[in-house]
Design a protein around this ligand. Sequence first.
Ligand code: OKP
Ligand code: ZN
Length: 350
Amino acid sequence: MKTVFSEIQLLHRPPHELHQGQFVPYFESPERAKLILEEIQHQSLGEIVAPDTIDFSSLKHVHSEDYLNFIQSIYTDWIKTGEQSDLALAPYVWRQPGMSEIVPASIFGKLGYYSFDAGTPITKDTWSAARASASTAAFGAKLLLKEKQTVFALCRPPGHHAAANYYGGYCFLNNAAIAAQQLIDATGDTVAILDIDYHHGNGTQSIFYCRRDVLFVSIHADPLDAYPYFSGHRNECGDADGRGFTMNIPLARGTGWSEYVPSLRSAIEAINHFRPGFVVVSLGVDSFEDDPISEFKLSSNDFFELGAELATLKSPVLFVMEGGYAVGEIGKNVVATLSAFANQSNRFRQ
Ligand code: OKP
Ligand code: ZN
């Protein structure tokens, strides 16, 4: 299995995040990606290739132009006001339904307008890293089309919380959505996105909510009890043309492999029934038992089982990296999933 990776992704390094009212070290560190890369090399998963840079017009197939202009320039706009350049930017005010939709002219007004949380700082290198992450996903899609073999897009920062016109949850550009759109634009085929990150992929869901060419299926912590709180309930199943093409499977905190696997199998069954041209797997390993910000109980061994189960998907698969914050085990857990997938696919497909 080939891996796509760009070093530029490592540049985004906020010193801290606002976490439940306290400043704590940023969980979504560049070390995460480095450790995954090292484990891929150590276990000889396959070749590692660098992406070319995605063009702005491809980003516009998923994100609104005003949002892209905002996220690309907000940090330099702020620096122009005379602030220090080693600081991180974060919003502190948001709009509720019923309030004005006029886009504010001020930096902090814009930050609130285009975001949904305060825990996702923007630094001088955020745009470069986010664009490199989107490039990684898009190049992964191209490679899948060209070589017709499973590809792993080692993306960082993650993407599944980013919507067409807002960021949050450590995500700025929706890598999985960009890859899916790339596959659709190139082939006219349909795509299923299977999101198995611990947190609901609210951004991906919202991007495809009214479309029937993309089936979005997500297994995640119940939003009654877990971030992002306002998205991911079972009754969210798509709207307009997309009604029935979003499927949410929320699970209780404390869920272990034996309770997880029936949900995983029904998710895969729904996807196989849809018969998509391609499957994009939003791969988060924050379902791990020792993840510092999550409450599922999958063991490192369970990730081999997870990879083997995913191999029952009947369409070509692009893996796109999302979350996972237990840095000591992140490489092991990701490569366990990918190598078990590769081994099982070899046995059942060719
Ligand atoms: C990103 B991804 C929880 C703090 C939550 C944001 C979590 C974003 C997760 N107490 N901070 O889905 O892994
Ligand atoms: Zn997550």
